[in-house]
Structure formats: C-alpha cells, structure tokens
Design a protein. Structure first.
Lengths: 201, 599
C-alpha cells in the first residue's frame, strides 16, 4: 500500500478563531449546575437500583419500612434472614442467609439490566452531542450524564467483584491485582501520551 | 393445593406451676389442698404430619403451690416426650410476641409405678424431667375420678361428666404431676415459682387436628366446689372475684410472691357497712411488714414471713360519711401493685370523719426518700429538705412521717414525682430526680386496738367463719389461648383471631425444636409447613367443647414475612431482563451503526 505523503506530512490546519471560542464557551454556572446534576443523577440511580432489586429479586422475602420495630430484627434473626438497606431508603430487604449466593446473582443481574443500557445510552448521546456536536447546548450536560453512567458502571463492577470474591474467596487477590494492573497501565499510557503529545507540540 | 394429611403432632404440654386448683385449657391442672393456682395464659404448638398430631402445651401461672397435677385427654394412645421452650420462644419472636422462657433443666427421677385399678387401666408410666407421667385409659368416669383423686390430682367430682365424654369416645388420658423428690432441688422449685414448667410433647394419631379444650372447663366446677366448701367470695368494686382463704394460705402465698415482689408485705383487709344513710362503718384489719429493698434475700424473707405469722392483725374501726364505697373494699397487697395502689390511693384521699364530724384527712402530707440523700417532706405544699441534714432513706417511714405529721397512722406509697433540691449529708449539693413519694395518712381511729380478728369485730353482714380469713389476688376470669399450628395448610377456628400465617421451611422448624443433644425432636417430612397462629381470650365457661381445626379457605399470609408470592417477583424479574436486553441490543446496534457503518 502506498503511503499518502501529503496527508502524513501535512500540518494540522489551524483552527479558526470562531471554532476555538465556541469550544470554550462554557459558563461557570453551567459547570456548577452540571456538577449538581451529576450528584442528583447518581443518587437517583442508586435509589433506582435498590428499589429494582427490592421489587424484582425473587429471593427477597420481606421489605420492612418500619425499622423502629425491634421485634422485626429479632424475627429476622430467628428465621435466619440477612438484611440489606440503603442510605437512600428507610426500607430494608430481608433474604435467607443460606441463599446469599443466589440472592447476589439475582441482584447482579437486576442491576446490570439497569446500568448497562443506561451506560450504552449515555455513550450514544455523548457521541451524538459531544463528538458529533449536533446539539452544542447539551455539551456540558452530557458530562454529568457521563459521570453518572461511569459511576453506575463502577458500582456494577464493584458488585461483581464482591460477588466473585464471595463465591470464590481465593479469587479476591486476582481481582485486586487485576484492577491494579488496569489502573497503572492506564496511568502509564496516559502519562506517556501526554509527554508524547507535549514533545510533538 | 394438595391435601395431604401428614402429620403427627407434637403435643407439648407446657405445664406450669404450682398447685392446686387451676385447670388448663389444654388440659387440667390441679393444686394440692389449701393451695391455689392461677392460669394466666396458655400457649400450644400443634404439629400435624402424616396423621400424627404432636401437641406441645405451655401455660403460665401464678399461685402458692409447690407442685401440681395435670391431665390431658387425647383421642388415641399417646407417646410423651419432653418439649422445649425454644420452640415457643422462636414462634413468639417470629410472630413478634414476647415471652420469657426459663431454661429447661434435666433431672432423672424415679418411676411412679401404678397398677390397674378397677375400670382404670394404666398404660404406661415414665419420668420426663421432674414429671411423673402416667398414660391412662378408663371405662368409667367415677373410677377415673377416684383414681385421679387417689393419686393426688384433686379432680372435682362434679365435673366427672366431662371425663365421661372422653371415655365414651375411647380417648386416653395423660396424667402428669411434679415428682415430690424433685421439689428439693432448688432450681426446680425456682422454676416453678416463676410460673413456668418444662413443656411436654404428646404425640398421637388422629384424623383431624384436635385441641382438647373441654377438660379445661373443669376449673369452673372446681371453683364452685371450693366456694361451697371453705371459700367465700366477694365482688369488689372492680368486679373481680376475690377469695378468702384460710390463714395458712397467707404464708404459702407469700412464700411464692415474696421471691419476686418483696418490697412490702402488707395484708390489708377492710370491710365497710352502712350505718346510716350518710355514715359508713369501716373495719380495717391489716398486717404490714416493710422490706427496704425490692430484692430480698432468702434469710430476710424468712424473717419477714416469721414476723407476719407471729404478729396480730391491727384492727381499725372508722366511721365515715364518705359513700364512695358502694361495695366492700377488701384486698391483700400482692403482686398487683398498680391496682392495689389505686385502691389505697383512693382511700388515702377520702375525707374520713369521726363521729363528731372532725376531719381526719386534710392537707398534702408526703415524704420522699432518696438513697444517699437527705429526705424531703412537704411543707405548705412545697418539698423541703430535712434541716437535720442526716435523715436518709433507710429510716422507718412511719416514724419519719410522724416527725412532720404527728397524727400519721399509715404510710402509703404514692406517685413518683420529679423533685428538686435533694441534698447530700449536711444539706450540701443540690440534686433532682424522679423519686418515689409516700403519703402520710392521718386518721383518728375511734377504736384502734391490736387484736386478732374476731367475729364480733366484723360487720354482721359479712359472712366469715371464725377462722381469720384473708384475701388473695383475684383469679382472672378470662384466659388467653394461643395456638401455633404447623400443618400443610392454613388453619382456622371459629371465634379465634388469626394473628399470623405464613410458610415456614423445614430447616427452621428443626432448628426451633432441638433436644438437649442438639438434634431435632420434630422430624418434618415436607420441605415447608404453613404456620397459623390463632388466639382468643375466653372464659372457662366458654371452654365447653374441644377444638377441631379446619382448613382455611386460602393460604394467604397474615403478617408474614413472605407478603408476596415469589412468583410475582420472578415474573417481574423476567420482564426486566427482557426489556433490558432489548434496550441493550437496540442501543448497541445504533452505536455500531453510528461508529461503524456511518463512518
């Protein structure tokens, strides 16, 4: 295949002043609201995944809202139930301790059913609004949704790691080391890329 | 829904208590002569599996008896074994009810060898913990009644017709009583004193789940016999029946009550009779010994008991114009402090007048004692500290009342008040707390003598025998019956309330019913059972029939953990997965199209 000398040696076309000013046209208030939006979205997402698990996990035996009733906890204990609660809800869910593995599988599936489509949808919107710049006014907002999507994805990955370590205790060390490998690899590549980019400039 | 009848049950008889005269709804408890027993409530667990019912009975009681007998009729030849308190505890926790359950104890005692007598056949005798258990069959009610009475079960002859109904249906009888040898064991007597005994499980074959309730109505006849014999009854202003018992019962009663309620031993008997249209003649007889602390030692208790037995009754005759007492007021201070205090409070506030019209109860006269602090009393309506700076809570209350109110004749426990200004020795410091206060009752008795009771001192319209009589706490007219039924279907009983209903797994039942070796003494054959808790408060007269439990119309849970069927959640889960999968697939296609093909 012949090399396109013109393309490989050509310097990047200077951006027009108009383009440059358009990219940086982000108001401080816009950024502030985006941060707040990201926090709200994360809280909303966390509550949604908790409630989805509560209402659709077949292993869950009881949802208790009135936690002031001490007898409920005593009953749960006598029945061999474990509980799970959320800081965003005054409801606790109870499931048989002996079925914890099964419960976690269902929970993981339910959370995945919400988080994966949300992540992909956000990625699609990001592509449309940020990369393709079809709607420039949504440029800032999309970062809030992206933050939310990545948060939920990390949430899911964390649950996956907990599940694996719960089911296969010996695998925990592989998970931790694997995560560290990914993190340091990414950091190394990122730093090197910055240096490389600086040298070119 | 499957209709499989499988089950055998466990019948657990939780027995309890002390002696003689109370009958249980799930059987009949009889005390020895000159003692009494009150059933306060009863619980039973019924486990029905493959045609075998296991009935586990538990009752709570109070009384002054040290032992008791117990008779339970069953429709077929039973096997009897020890039950466990854990079963009741777990069930109560599950259904959010509370219960205190002493630990069962283990004793191996000698056999109670019985032989066939007349129309009574002794099928089996055995010992279970501290019970002597005898399984009987009979062909004649009189013979069975005689056998029971000959063997210390104190069965009222007027109720023998109830036995006849069981005999005609070829039922068996499980008779249990406390082995006298075991009463020497302090832990056994302590357990019985708390009003609880080790549950016993009785298993027998039956086509339908039955709860033998009818024999419990024997208690009603038992009371009647006593009433006609040596007991007298009066209805007090609270419409509760109070009994007059012989003097020795006082000691027996105290012997048991004192273990748990040892603050103040006070026997107080009052009669009132109308003299004229506006004057009442009040005769009051009392014995009172105070104990400084609520937890009395055995040694101190013996001293108190001895003192009470030796001391004479104090008689007061008071003429009053107050007509609040429409009936006789008479009571013995026992365990029921709040109610007794209510009585006494009312008395203390009476505007009692002597014959000449002089008022003998006037301004607020109270003292408050705080251990480690200087006492306070009321002056001109205000709490003030004792200026001597040293009088403390250990002082005799009556003497202390008289220090400020010389006319005081009686000290009565009053309300708990928040009082400030309590000082330490030398009236230093300043403390405030909620403190028990005492009323200093001032009365000018027309005739105040120390003497034993005599008929001449009693109102003529009170029919008492020459023997001194005293009142014990009223026997409850109603008993709460709670049944926990474990079967293959939800159960129901007419006029009973379903407090709880839901499925319980086999593993949980096995965990609840473990013997001393940690092995389950109930062996469920199915994976899960439907637990139904049924309860009803009923009088003895209403216990006229045995209870046959029926299947409920549905298996809907009541107050159960499993509110919704898991199948609903499974459907929701599947729908969620389908929607999520479709969304994921759709978005992925769009992304690929945007990134890939479009590019």
């Amino acid at each position: 295949m012949t090399e396109d000398i013109l393309q490989s040696t050509a310097k990047p076309r200077p951006e027009t002043p108009g383009n440059t000013s358009k990219k940086k046209k982000v108001s401080i208030m816009g950024v502030l609201f985006t941060i707040i939006l990201a926090i709200v979205l994360i809280l909303l997402g966390e509550r949604i995944v908790f409630d989805l698990n509560r209402v659709s996990n077949p292993i869950v035996e009881k949802s208790v809202t009135s936690q002031s009733d001490y007898s409920i906890f005593r009953s749960a204990s006598s029945l061999g139930l474990s509980s799970e609660s959320s800081g965003l809800s005054d409801t606790s869910i109870y499931y048989p301790t002996t079925k914890k593995g099964e419960y976690l599988i269902y929970k993981l599936s339910i959370h995945s059913a919400f988080i994966i489509p949300i992540f992909l949808l956000t990625f699609l919107f990001h592509y449309l609004f940020v990369v393709k710049k079809k709607y420039p006014q949504l440029y800032v907002v999309m970062y809030a949704y992206l933050t939310f999507a990545f948060w939920m994805l990390l949430h899911l990955l964390g649950e996956l790691a907990i599940f694996i370590s719960n089911q296969f205790p010996n695998s925990a060390i592989y998970i931790i080391l694997g995560v560290l490998v990914v993190i340091f690899t990414g950091l190394a590549v990122f730093v090197q890329k910055r240096i490389h980019h600086g040298a070119e400039v | 829904m499957k209709k499989q009848f499988k089950k055998i049950l466990f019948l657990i008889l939780g027995l309890m208590f002390i002696l003689p005269q109370a009958l249980l709804a799930d059987g009949m408890i009889v005390p020895p002569p000159d003692y009494w027993i009150q059933e306060t409530d009863q619980k039973a667990v019924i486990f029905y599996d493959k045609g075998i019912e296991t009935l586990v009975l538990s009752i709570t009681f109070k009384g002054d008896a040290n032992d008791f007998g117990w008779v339970v009729p069953v429709p077929s030849k039973p096997t009897v074994q020890k039950g466990s308190d854990q079963l009741f505890t777990s069930l109560q926790e599950l259904t959010t009810y509370t219960q205190t359950s002493p630990n069962p104890l283990g004793l191996g005692l000698g056999a109670a060898g019985d032989i066939e007598k007349e129309a009574v056949t002794v099928i089996e005798t055995k010992q279970i913990e501290y019970y002597d258990v005898t399984t009987l069959s009979s062909t004649d009610k009189d013979s069975l009644t005689k056998w029971l009475n000959d063997n210390g079960y104190n069965f009222p002859s007027s109720a023998s017709y109830i036995l006849d109904s069981y005999i005609q249906n070829n039922w068996y009888f499980v008779a249990m009583k406390i082995n006298p040898k075991s009463l020497g064991w302090s832990d056994v007597s302590q357990q019985l004193r708390t009003g609880h005994a080790i549950p016993v499980a009785i298993s027998f074959e039956t086509e339908n789940i039955v709860y033998p309730l009818k024999i419990s109505s024997v208690d009603y006849y038992f009371e009647e016999e006593k009433n006609n014999d040596e007991f007298n009854y009066y209805i007090n202003k609270y419409d509760t029946v109070q009994k007059y018992l012989s003097k020795n019962i006082i000691s027996n009663s105290l012997n048991n009550w004192a273990q748990d309620y040892s603050t103040l031993f006070d026997f107080f008997l009052t009669f009132q009779a109308t003299l004229t249209s506006d004057l009442l003649h009040r005769n009051e007889y009392s014995k009172s010994v105070a104990s400084a602390t609520p937890y009395i030692s055995q040694e101190k208790y013996n001293q108190v008991l001895d003192e009470i037995n030796k001391s004479p009754f104090v008689a007061k005759n008071i003429i009053t114009s107050n007509n609040d007492f429409s009936e006789y007021v008479h009571y013995l201070m026992t365990t029921n402090w709040p109610e007794i205090d209510k009585d006494r409070e009312q008395i203390s506030q009476l505007n009692i007048q002597s014959k000449n019209g002089q008022s003998i109860t006037t301004a607020k006269q109270e003292i408050a004692l705080w251990q480690g602090k200087v006492n306070q009393h009321v002056e001109n309506g205000l709490w003030v500290t004792d200026p001597d700076g040293v009088s403390g809570a250990e002082i005799n209350k009556l003497a202390y009342c008289r220090k400020w109110y010389p006319d005081t004749t009686e000290v009565i426990m009053d309300d708990i008040e928040y009082i400030e200004g309590f000082r330490g020795r030398g009236n230093t410091g300043n403390n405030a707390a909620e403190i028990q206060t005492y009323k200093c009752y001032s009365g000018t008795a027309i005739n105040n003598t120390n003497t034993d009771l005599t008929n001449s001192q009693l109102p003529t319209n009170v029919n008492l025998s020459p023997e001194q009589k005293i009142i014990v706490s009223p026997k409850p007219s109603n008993v709460t019956v709670a049944l926990y039924v474990l079967a293959d279907h939800k159960k129901t009983l007419s006029n009973f309330t379903t407090d709880w209903a839901g499925w319980v797994e086999k593993e949980i039942i096995e965990e609840w019913a473990q013997n001393d070796q940690g092995s389950p003494w109930i062996e469920p054959s199915s994976d899960k059972y439907f637990l139904t808790k049924l309860s009803r408060t009923m009088s003895y007269s209403e216990m006229s029939e045995d209870l046959f439990l029926q299947n409920a119309e549905d298996n809907n849970p009541v107050n159960s953990w499993k509110e919704e069927e898991s199948s609903n959640k499974e459907i929701f889960f599947i729908i969620l997965m389908i929607i999520s999968g479709a969304l994921t697939l759709g978005i992925a296609i769009i992304l690929i199209w945007q990134y890939g093909f479009k590019k």
